[in-house]
Ligand binder design. Structure first.
Ligand code: FES
Ligand code: FE
Length: 442
């Protein structure tokens, strides 16, 4: 019986289809994963001034993120302490206080309950307002301008949770001359799939690129992928890199190859862009050791559980893709376009176009992916389909690769499935340690 077997069998490279579609498992992972992990809430550049706010989700819980009048960023459950109405119904804005639209309780932008309609008349002295402020997310941390929250007050620090992922993301962050800023607004769309299908794709699925996105690569619309043969230095190896806590990097290349590509492409734009790319490289080399700076742009990645990135080049947008769970078979995708605040205008303009054209809701790559993710769901959710496993056996029993010296992580070939198993290993650890069999990555 399936119930007595582990859902994740790492040494066999098998993952039960049930974990993508079962209502009970979904409810449990909201508790055991989304209420315990560090989750992405947004970027500081979205709320620069006192009183600025934006709304987000942690798992299925709606969140209000405010830069208080005191300048401090806090996050709260966006739910009135009276009887649960959403306190803030806008996506973003600036406010000194929030008034609940149900009975009118009013909260400051630092979360205290300030006013209650008919206060004395209705409650006398029986309501202790200081106990009924908005519920604050107990752990909040900012890294490279990215704001993360964690509902688990006893959780490890964000730094510990990121672990060696930080070594790679530091490259992306340190390369920016003016720091990352988010282009205003967010693209949102819903798709009928499980959040893990999208997350694991960014964590390690290079295998699908040539086939699913084959038509994209045939179009003459810029060299849009690191695997593009015209850009591959045959001496240089691309790696997938599995990291602790389920994080995965995909298509990472060392030794400055991405810089060389950027330097070449920059010439098409003229001297200002050449100078910009050289300045990015110079800054990186000052900030980081040479072997780390040589990554230049860390390509695809997924920070467990549900935040994916792509960053191939200083000339292209940095994509932030959040796969919000909305049920076992439903995702709300939130996409942001990140750019260097000090990039030349021509690059900023190009980044917006690139972002919309490739990995946004109407983008050529995202449409391919969405079709896959939805059809996987459609073909798997039935009673019979759920009895089977997904196959991640490509590299089971194969040795890992030696990566470049002093570069962290477990190195696997560019086309491999070890990062997906690394993702599910951590998923299983959090979901139920007893279900884990063995770490295929050693
Ligand atoms: Fe907010 Fe009643 S639910 S004031
Ligand atoms: Fe894809």
């Amino acid at each position: 019986m399936r119930n007595s077997e582990p859902y994740v069998k790492l040494d066999e490279g098998l993952v039960s289809r049930k974990i993508f579609f079962d209502e009970q498992i979904y409810a449990e992972e909201l508790e055991r994963i989304f209420a315990r992990c560090w989750l992405f809430l947004g970027h500081e550049s979205q709320i620069p001034a006192p009183g600025d706010y934006m709304t987000a989700y942690m798992g299925e819980d709606p969140i209000l993120i405010c830069r208080g009048s005191d300048g401090v960023v806090r996050a709260f459950l966006n739910s009135c302490r009276h009887r649960g109405m959403k306190v803030c119904r806008a996506d973003r804005g600036n406010a000194r206080q929030f008034t609940c639209s149900f009975h009118g309780w009013t909260y400051t932008n630092t979360g205290e309950l300030r006013g209650v309609p008919l206060g004395k008349e209705a409650y006398g002295d029986r309501l202790n307002k200081s106990s009924w402020g908005l519920l604050e997310v107990p752990k909040l941390a900012v890294y490279g301008g990215m704001i993360f929250g964690n509902w688990d007050a006893g959780a490890e620090s964000l730094d510990q949770f990121l672990g060696d992922l930080r070594w790679y993301l530091d490259v992306m962050i340190e390369r920016q001359l003016g720091g990352i800023e988010f282009v205003p607004g967010v693209q949102r769309y819903s798709l009928n799939a499980n959040w893990k299908i999208a997350s694991e794709n960014f964590a390690g699925d290079t295998y699908h690129l040539a086939y699913s996105h084959g038509s994209m690569f045939k179009l003459d619309i810029r060299q849009i992928n690191p695997a593009n043969p015209s850009f591959r230095d045959k001496e240089t190896e691309y790696f997938n890199i599995g990291l602790d806590n389920g994080h995965g990097m995909t298509g990472v290349v060392f030794g400055g190859e991405r810089y060389r590509v950027d330097r070449l492409l920059a010439e098409e734009y003229g001297p200002e862009v050449v100078e910009y790319v050289e300045a990015c490289q110079e800054q990186l080399l000052k900030a980081l050791p040479k072997h780390q700076a040589g990554v230049y742009a860390p390509s695809f990645s997924n920070m467990f559980p549900n935040l994916s990135f792509n960053d191939f080049s200083a000339l292209r947008p940095i994509g932030f893709y959040l796969w919000l769970p909305k049920g076992p078979g439903r995702i709300e995708a939130w996409n942001w376009c990140g750019i260097d605040r000090d990039a030349p205008q021509v690059i900023k303009d190009q980044a917006r176009v690139d972002f919309s054209r490739i990995q946004s809701v109407s983008g050529i790559a995202a449409q391919d992916d969405t079709e896959n993710f939805e059809q996987v769901t459609e073909a798997t959710r039935g009673v019979i389909g759920q009895q089977l496993d997904f196959n991640y056996q490509m590299n089971v029993g194969q040795p890992l690769l030696d990566g470049p010296a002093d570069c962290p992580g477990r190195f696997a070939p560019y086309i491999s499935e070890t990062n997906q198993l690394n993702f599910y290993q951590y998923w299983a650890e959090l979901y139920d340690a007893r279900r884990v069999t063995k770490n295929v990555n050693g």
